[in-house]
Design a protein around this ligand. Structure first.
Ligand code: ATP
Ligand code: MG
Length: 559
């Protein structure tokens, strides 16, 4: 394989290029290793795009391996959702689906090997004693009184741990490394603990479970992973990762490389906090469209290509940083602007009666489905005497720069006609309930009239008799502050009370009835909207995916 390093490559791809050029490896094997204890979020997408992306670029393979060493927190529900999310992002592990639990026998065998080599021992100190004797960054740890017990004794106890003779927490198996090591992870880390709990895959076969650190590198080695890519918090674990590989008869030598996590402003991204939002009912579930979970943004209508583009844009480095949520939204708009079909919908309707349009007449107007893609074709939109327009598009007493409809002025109805407002009808309370307008029959389709008259605004509309209704869910940021989980108090103090507004009176062009749940379209002039999974033929529901512009940036500009 010929791979030419380019300066624009990230440091991990540079390392891979080097390893292939020197012949250290003749291909890449990477893996994405989620714990099945929650739903995937945007941070995971960064890791997925990196690991699966490398496989695609280098013609290698990427494994999906569930790191399922914690039976009490895991569930098949999570396994299934994780698979679905990775596929949705556009990646495929082929037949390389693995579970760390597949290696429990091998890991047990290797633990016995370490004991026999004098490199592991059963420790009967209490958890509190172990904590004290571990020391801290300033103080070296002290050896456990069990540290130098004979290997046979540890072996006997370890076998009895496995046989279920002892209760949870009674003893653990530890590696014998160095209790004075400056890296705390090297101070005789625990390899096995007793947990009498059913595992979602191995059932009740085991009552001892290997620790994550002991499992991870060996799983990589068993799968012949070449580059084990993980986030920076594992940097301090690398010495231990390597220690296991050096001291066990493993079939290959993977290399751990760390990169910085994705952090996004205005949200939280730890599974623990996301779970809290769900269990406390602060969102409707893991797939609430305000959640930064993959299933949440999918329901929100974000296209997978936007997530992949965003991950490419932010790149891979070792620097801790926070990415701007607005950048992600821009990536979403960029893809949707290309992909989304255009429709007309009026979210806050006001009735317009066209007094000179014949009663009972209906014209089918031809509307363009995508302004930049003629191949997307056209559709028919009915025009009649009574229409709805957006309340915002009319002002009775407009300021100088307001070019939309006001008494005496003329606007173009998109794919319709020019109309002029002649009269404003109000109810007893002074609220505007109807606009009486006239139309110019020579402007059919929105064409300029022969007299050269021009209008400054084009607005959207729907025919009142033909409109369909829908519930519209307007989403905004879930948190009001940039870094909700830093600073004082709980992250929950920073929830945005206006993150969801539900509109019930919207009037939609009838063609929108055919949009399937999960499909995202553009409501002209308003933004991108996705038919929700709750949407049915009888009761349509649309989620606002994103506005056409960054509303927050606009708010800032206006001070
Ligand atoms: P969390 O901290 O949100 O609970 P986690 O790291 O415990 O997540 P895992 O299931 O262990 O979740 O993660 C699987 C993989 O995804 C790991 O390799 C992890 O490093 C990576 N990952 C998790 N969060 C991020 C993130 N914010 N940015 C990049 N990669 C991430
Ligand atoms: Mg983790």
């Amino acid at each position: 394989m010929s791979v030419t390093p380019t300066p624009s490559k990230d440091f991990i791809r540079e390392i891979i290029d080097e390893d292939l050029a020197t012949g250290k490896h003749d291909g890449t094997v990477t893996r994405f290793p989620p714990e099945p204890n929650g739903y995937l979020h945007l941070g995971h997408a960064k890791s997925i795009c990196l690991n699966f992306g490398i496989a695609e670029e280098y013609g290698g393979r990427c494994h999906l391996r569930f790191d399922d060493t914690n039976p009490t927190k895991e569930d098949v529900e999570y396994v299934d959702s994780i698979k679905e999310d990775i596929k949705w992002l556009g990646f495929d592990w082929g037949n390389h689906l693995y579970f760390a639990s597949d290696y429990f026998d091998k890991l047990y065998e290797w633990a016995v090997y370490l004991i026999k080599e004098g490199k592991a021992y059963v420790d009967e100190q209490t958890a509190a004693e172990m904590k004290t004797s571990r020391g801290d960054l300033q103080t070296p740890g002290t050896d456990s009184p069990y540290r130098d017990r004979p290997a046979e004794e540890s072996l006997d106890l370890f076998q009895r741990m496995k046989a279920g003779e002892f209760e949870d927490g009674r003893m653990v198996l530890r590696a014998k490394v160095d209790m004075a090591h400056p890296n705390l992870n090297m101070r005789d880390p625990v390899l096995y603990r007793i947990v009498h709990a059913e595992h979602h895959r191995t059932g009740d076969k085991w009552c001892i479970y290997p620790m994550y650190d002991y499992t991870h590198g060996q799983s990589d080695a068993l799968e012949h992973v070449t580059h084990s890519l993980c986030t920076l918090e594992f940097e301090n674990h690398r010495a231990l990762y390597d220690w296991f590989l050096e001291n066990l008869p493993v079939p290959s030598r993977p290399r751990q490389i760390e990169f910085s996590r994705m952090n996004l402003n205005y949200t939280v991204m730890s599974k623990r906090k996301l779970l809290q939002l769900v269990t406390e009912g602060l969102v409707s579930g893991w797939d609430d469209p305000r959640m930064p979970t993959i299933c949440g943004i999918r329901r929100r209508g974000y296209p997978p290509a936007a997530i992949r583009n965003f991950c490419k844009t932010i790149g891979i480095t070792k620097f801790q940083s926070t990415n701007d949520f607005a950048l992600l939204e821009n990536a979403v708009r960029e893809v949707l602007n290309q992909e989304a079909a255009r429709y007309m919908a009026v979210l806050d309707p006001i009735r317009v009666v066209i007094t000179n349009y014949p009663e009972g007449q209906v014209e089918e107007m031809e509307a363009v489905n995508h302004p930049e893609k003629p191949e997307a074709g056209t559709r028919l939109v009915p025009f009649s005497r009574e229409l709805f327009i957006e309340r915002e598009d009319f002002m009775e007493d407009p300021p100088k720069k307001f070019f939309r409809l006001s008494p005496g002025t003329e606007v173009r109805l998109r794919s319709g006609y020019f109309i002029r407002c002649e009269e404003v009808i109000k109810d007893a309370g002074g609220e505007i309930v109807e606009l009486r307008c006239t139309y110019d029959p020579t402007t059919r389709g929105g064409e300029n009239p022969a007299d050269g008259r021009k209008v400054k605004a084009t607005i959207h509309w729907v025919s009142a008799a033909h409109a369909i209704e829908a519930e519209i869910r307007l989403y905004d940021r879930l948190f009001m502050t940039e870094a909700p989980d830093r600073g004082e108090g709980s992250f929950l103090d920073h929830l945005n009370p206006d993150s969801l507004k539900v509109l019930s009176g919207a009037k939609l062009e009838r063609n929108l009835a055919a949009v399937a749940p999960g499909e995202t379209v553009q409501f002209e002039r308003l933004g991108y909207f996705c038919a929700d999974k709750d949407s049915t033929a009888e009761a349509l529901v649309f989620n606002r995916t994103a506005g056409l512009r960054d509303a927050w940036a606009k708010a800032k500009d206006q001070g």
